[in-house]
Design a binder for this molecule. Structure first.
Ligand code: GDP
Ligand code: MG
Length: 670
């Protein structure tokens, strides 16, 4: 049996999904985190499949992800729906519930966040509310795992008995008349579509284009429908969409009147408002954001993550040394020895040692996200983004882009307009993804050891600034027009839950480890082979006569004006396209360092500090890894767009890095 989980964004769907299925999906305290449906079996109920759908406010879809949800409901027809409702915001959340009642699927309301309702001193009479609405309601707290078992039991009952919402007449007066007359008119056409009658009639009154095209009404039918709707609009003095919305909110207000007791603004809300007075202040908002990020980088690089990483690389060196001696003792073939020690251990080890840094960074970022602060940043950024023709909503994908571009590009599905969406896809890769962190960390350790947090802030902010400039360019050329208004609601500030922070860190660590032992592992072997043999497959003593050096030398001249026109950096940039971490592993393999921890000092001999700055700039901005390119292609809908986007991005990277190097030379010479 299939059970769908449906509710407004940020109402706790994913938290409940994780609780019921025992899986570890990403939970975030801002709308727009889940963009694809996820499935899982309910614990202890093997034959029950739960489907987590993207959040929606209503069944009139505006964005790509909302279409996913509505289609699932109408086409796949789940056996039952768990409608999760945020009890702290009950009236607005019930709007969707009412539409589910119109569809007539068996539905159970999971009244979530009851812990907060209690903490606020509010109360909800669940039985009365259930009677008023004519559907079963189970109070729960997904985060605290309260009431979840009862919810599952009730859902199973509802699904087995196909218990549909009691046929309360939701509408009165004019709307009622219109809905019923139209239901009559479209009776025949309805059969072919398989849509529920009540739902379809309401959608026709509302003027929903998708439903209308499915029904395919004749000219004369359309004429009659138009007449009925015009009469209703005239009698009510509002337009068709507003008429239905008013009707639904009236019904909700009546249902809640004697069941929900509230003490004005909740404590949480008041606290959030006070905090927001400072954090989203017109002048302070952006400086505070920068200060927070600086603090995060400082803690990550100077206090916690980097020292742990250094410790780990000492450990890796020790293991490598052990293996080295063991292999020497067995007297194994020279080439195999070199492959294992200089290729695999150096390559994988150089990347692996950054695991603690990355996990630490994501520890802080997930706290910021889960507390609700990141949603405020989107709000603060709205004004800035509006200048480049985007809305604050686009900040969410960009934010996810600091982790990884692939989910970030997918997250653009939450954007309502095609224009905003395409533009955001083009800008997201400029947000520095976490795979580039090992590169930054290696180079700052080599060249700017005492200024690490500053360099990191410059790089991250630099990516954003270039993104903004690029956005301005796009706005005045390809993407004229205006962004949609900003309508993201700000969630209440919440204490980040240890569980979701841990899930987040674990996800990152897992991704990173998997990459290190798959892509980086293979890339290190390939690089070692290409570097150890020449084109006649003879083993070379001197790496500069290898096949790889040949390829590197071929592309190196492109980077001459940027200050690093040698074959080693050129090759590293090339392998970086498989995964950005590979830049570091390639440098480690190619420079023949004997220990992973010695890489920075070897690099200091290969690059000048200015060339290093230019190299960092280029790696920050040039095209993302192949996985991200594939995502861009999929979401933009064509290889030619993706190729153009990547070419443009590489050009931008080249120009900016060139500026850094050439202008730098004017000031410090050399
Ligand atoms: P979704 O967008 O509907 O999938 O919502 P999420 O599952 O991502 O949750 C949104 C936010 O609400 C997260 O910060 C959760 O930690 C929080 N949350 C979810 N359920 C509860 C609950 O029962 N009580 C409280 N206090 N917070 C909750
Ligand atoms: Mg979710």
């Amino acid at each position: 049996m299939i059970i769908a989980l449906l509710g407004n964004p940020n109402s706790g769907k994913t938290t409940l999904f994780n609780q019921l299925t025992g899986s570890k999906q990403h939970v975030g305290n801002f709308p727009g985190v889940t963009v694809e449906k996820k499935e899982g079996a309910i614990r202890g109920q093997r034959n029950l499949t739960l489907v987590d759908l993207p959040g929606i406010y209503s069944l009139s879809p505006y964005t790509a992800e909302e279409v996913v949800t509505r289609d699932f409901l109408l086409v796949e027809k789940p056996e039952a729906v768990i409608n999760i409702v945020d009890a702290t915001n009950i009236e607005r959340n019930l709007y969707l519930t009412l539409q589910l009642m119109e569809v007539g699927v068996p539905v159970v309301v999971a009244l979530n966040m009851m812990d907060e309702v209690r903490a606020n001193g509010d109360s909800i009479d669940v039985q009365k509310l259930s009677r008023n609405l004519g559907i079963p309601i189970v109070p729960i707290s997904a985060a605290k795992n309260e009431g979840c078992d009862e919810l599952v039991q009730r859902t199973i009952e509802v699904a087995h008995q196909k218990e549909r919402p009691r046929g309360l007449d939701l509408c009165q007066g004019e709307v009622h008349r219109a809905v019923h007359s139209i239901a009559h008119i479209i009776e025949e056409e309805l059969k072919a579509t398989g849509l529920p009658a009540r739902y379809a009639a309401t959608k026709v009154v509302e003027g929903d284009p998708i439903t209308l095209s499915k029904l395919n009404l004749s000219e004369s039918q359309q004429g009659i429908v138009q007449k009925i709707v015009t009469e209703m609009e005239h009698n009510l003095g509002t337009d068709r969409e507003a008429a239905l919305a008013d009707m639904r909110y009236d019904f909700i207000a009546k249902a809640c009147k004697d069941a929900v007791k509230k003490n004005g603004n909740s404590r949480e809300m008041q606290r959030s408002i006070r905090i927001d007075n400072v954090l989203t202040n017109k002048y302070l908002g952006i400086p505070i954001f920068l200060a927070v990020m600086l603090l995060v980088f400082y803690l990550t690089f100077n206090v916690i993550g980097q020292p742990l990483s250094d410790l780990l690389s000492t450990g890796i060196d020790w293991v490598t040394g052990l293996l080295d001696r063991a292999l020497t003792n067995t007297g194994i073939n020279e080439a195999v020895h070199s492959l294992l020690v200089d290729g695999v251990c150096m390559g994988v080890g150089s990347v692996l040692s950054f695991l603690p840094t990355i996990v630490t960074l994501f520890f802080f970022l997930s706290i910021l996200e889960d507390s609700g602060y990141m949603a405020r940043v989107a709000f603060v950024m709205d004004k800035l983004l509006r200048k480049i023709g985007l809305s604050g909503r686009s900040f969410v994908p960009m934010l996810i882009g600091f982790g990884c571009s692939v989910p970030a590009i997918m997250a653009t599905r939450t954007l309502a307009s095609q224009r905003d969406r395409r533009m955001t896809i083009l800008l997201t890769p400029f947000m520095s993804c976490s795979a580039k962190l090992p590169i930054y960390a290696t180079f700052t350790a080599a060249f700017f050891p005492d200024k690490a947090p500053l360099v990191l802030i410059l790089l991250y902010a630099g990516g954003m600034v270039v993104g903004i400039l690029y956005g301005l360019l796009l706005k005045s050329t390809l993407f004229r027009g205006n962004p949609v208004p900003f309508v993201m609601e700000l969630p209440a500030y919440r204490m980040p839950s240890a569980k979701s922070v841990l899930i987040h860190m674990w996800e990152k660590a897992k991704d990173f480890l998997v990459k290190a032992f798959t892509i980086i592992f293979v890339a290190s072997i390939v690089i070692w082979v290409l570097q150890s043999f020449d084109s006649r497959l003879m083993m070379v003593e001197d790496g500069s006569r290898s096949m790889l050096a040949g390829i590197g030398r071929f592309i190196a001249p492109i980077f001459k004006p940027l200050g690093f026109g040698e074959w080693i950096p050129a090759t590293a940039l090339l392998t970086g396209l498989s995964a950005k971490e590979a830049v570091v592993s390639t440098l480690a393999v190619l420079t023949n360092v004997s220990d992973v921890s010695l890489l920075p000092s070897v690099l200091a001999d290969t690059f000048t500090p200015l060339a290093a700055a230019s190299f960092l700039t280029f790696t920050l901005l040039y095209m993302p890894c192949f996985a991200a390119v594939a995502a861009v292609k999929r979401e933009l809908g064509g290889a030619k767009y993706a190729v153009a986007a990547m070419a443009a991005q590489c050009a931008v990277a080249w120009i900016v890095a060139c500026l850094v190097y050439q202008i730098g030379r004017l000031f410090i010479g050399g």
